[in-house]
Design a binder for this molecule. Structure first.
Ligand SMILES: [Zn+2]
Length: 415
């Protein structure tokens, strides 16, 4: 009698990424818990056991079996930084950038984030749900089973709430788990360009309390960068976030250092993201904190930059490093974490094992998930991505394509 409650998947390699929900640092960043020619048993939506084919077969003799020889099984990927709810793509701007116009210059001309703001304000919640649904399914087809999604293209109370309600609807209707972040401090909207303090009042006094009241976000983020939000403005937003029960995270030191990493560590932020221009004190601050350093090298590649965040230095100093897509219509229109891993290995000096930990266990730590997601340890949710290659190093090595062959979400095959 087959035991239909238990599924055994056999594979050439299984990456268990051991270590629970704690952020991985230094040597543990390359500990992927590799099981060669093994099997995983899944029951009631959770990982029941991982081990040799024979051992697992003997323990669950009546289980349904699936032979995925020639494949690698990994924890479902965790994309801890996305802007996946938006309207149209920004193709004119892309072409301008190809011709050499810098991103911040395009933003000053009214493009960039504010182009997406104008577009999103005109769209209904239902329309944004439809657009988001298709994009999240693409994300899952690439192996991502949990994603953070930020607001920040509304920049009015009504439109920010609209974006977060879209995330809530998609989280309820789609298989992928979504973690919502309020990012009202993503830019200054055009109507407030000369009245920055008034916009900040709106974020602090009206938006954050409204988001908290409706339970629409777990995190609060700020785009702290010279020309966007100053350290003082950022501090004000994060203090209001903490008062209202939202956990800080930060866009920090992307193009120029302005003490973003240090401020994130001071606020015990869940993560400090980008860090292309992080300073030495910033590296030390993250290494001495539980704030995860989330690197988004796809953004720098797509923007044509010739520098990358100092991943090697961060890891060697003891910071926990995660990798994410930054999926958005301006600076990083990819849903593919596998290609982000390739960039991390080729340009940031990370080894494939570290890149896998950075998109699984440390992605989960950057979202403080705390339930074993990002690992395939017994008791963790059975979020599994199968890649159609026999060695995990082939995932970043054979770069640019999608190796994800199948996905299980809480034990249910969804791709
Ligand atoms: Zn971002």
């Amino acid at each position: 009698m087959p035991d239909h409650d238990t599924l055994i998947i056999e594979a050439s390699q299984i990456l268990t990424c051991p270590g629970g929900s704690e952020p991985r640092r230094r040597g543990s960043m390359s500990d992927i818990g590799l099981v060669e020619d093994g099997a995983i048993a899944i029951r009631a939506g959770k990982v029941e056991a991982v081990g040799s084919r024979e051992g697992i077969g003997e323990r669950f003799p009546d289980a349904e079996r699936l032979d995925l020889s020639g494949h690698v099984l990994a924890p479902g990927l965790v994309d801890s930084h996305t802007h996946a709810v938006f309207g149209r793509y920004r193709l004119d701007e892309y072409e301008q950038r190809c011709r050499g116009v810098p991103y911040m210059e395009i933003a000053r001309r009214g493009g960039g984030i504010n182009a997406s703001v104008r577009d999103l304000r005109q769209r209904s919640e239902a329309e944004l749900v439809d657009l988001g649904r298709a994009r999240l399914r693409r994300m899952m087809e690439h192996g991502t089973t949990t994603a953070e999604v930020k607001s920040g293209y509304g920049l009015t109370t009504e439109d920010e709430l609209k974006m977060l309600r879209v995330v809530r609807t998609l989280a309820a209707e789609e298989w992928i788990d979504l973690v919502p972040t309020f990012l009202g401090a993503h830019a200054f909207p055009p109507e407030f360009r000369e009245r920055r303090a008034e916009y900040l009042d709106l974020v602090v006094d009206e938006m954050i309390p409204a988001v908290a009241e409706e339970g629409l976000a777990v995190f609060c983020d700020v785009f702290m960068e010279p020309g966007v939000y100053t350290p003082e403005e950022t501090r004000r937003v994060l203090e209001a976030a903490v008062t209202n029960g939202l956990v800080p995270r930060l866009h920090a030191d992307e193009f120029e250092s302005s003490g973003g990493a240090e401020l994130a560590a001071e606020f015990d932020a869940a993560s400090a993201d980008h860090l292309g221009a992080i300073s030495e004190p910033g590296i030390a601050a993250l290494a001495g904190s539980r704030t995860v350093a989330t690197l988004l090298p796809g953004t720098l590649l797509f923007l044509g930059k010739s520098y990358y965040p100092p991943a090697r230095q961060l890891i060697d100093a003891g910071a926990a490093v995660a990798l994410a897509t930054d999926y958005n219509p301006g600076s990083s229109p990819t849903v593919n974490l596998q290609v982000v891993m390739s960039i991390a290995c080729s340009q940031l000096g990370m080894v494939p094992a570290e890149a896998f930990v950075a998109v699984t266990a440390n992605g989960a730590a950057a979202l403080r998930l705390g339930d074993g997601r990002g690992t395939l340890e017994p008791g963790a949710p059975a979020d599994v991505a199968a890649f159609g290659v026999p060695d995990y190093r082939l995932v970043p090595y054979l770069y640019g394509c999608n190796h994800c062959a199948a996905v299980w979400k809480r034990g249910v095959r969804v791709h």
